[in-house]
Design a binder for this molecule. Sequence first.
Ligand code: GRE
Ligand code: ZN
Length: 259
Amino acid sequence: GSEWTYSEGALDQKHWPDHYPSCGGQRQSPINIQRKMVRYNPTLKRLNLIGYEAQKGTFPMTNNGHTVQIQLPPTMHMTTRDGQVYIAEQMHFHWGGGSSDMSGSEHTIDGSRSMIEIHVVHYNSKYKSYDIAKDAPDGLAVLAALCEAHNAENIYYTDFISHLQNIMYPGQSTTLTGLDIRDMLPRNLHDYYTYLGSLTTPPCSENVRWFLLAETFKLSMEQIWTLENRLFNHQNETLRNDYRMIQPLNRRVVEANFK
Ligand code: GRE
Ligand code: ZN
């Protein structure tokens, strides 16, 4: 497919729909979550995250020019409301950077943007592989969380952040030994917002059930700064501000399993 970028120019966000028609669709992500418009749904079930706690083994981590992505093992999965099982595929981040505004989350809450957003991408277990599921109407689910700055270092991110120096350039990969996503996420995994949306990158496929955790996770300013300044993109610029603009909600309703 064609190349695409976040930054200014002929390949930037405004032009994504020219090459990827779904990017101009009616159920796009990310969105602003206006809290007073959220519908409390007491029938929404707790998320069950299996294999998220400390895992032994090796996990490839890649700079793909748009983000840093970690490949996840299929033993990691998530069960949701209707007994649906979603198998983990990869996790990646969206962030900001630059001198004045360091915030770069994709979803906003009441118009306010957080520092970083983590996406743990899963596919519906009724499909044989991510590659098949990514084109199916009920194919994907993303567990997302927002990050805020805090004065203490988050030790569960130390190993991840120190590996960034091995993958400064697009196409480079490194290997994490052991992974503990449970501890990289907010402590409260119970309260979430959920809605139907899309991939936030081309091809913007409209087949994602989003679960955005209500609680944030915390990184130190130094950790945030390192993520925002360590990597380069395909244009040989610092890989920054890899977040998509807010998309229209249209007819959608955001639900929450908490009041
Ligand atoms: C992304 O690239 O941001 C993405 C995926 C898969 C699902 C959702 C999503 O790669 O936002
Ligand atoms: Zn993403």
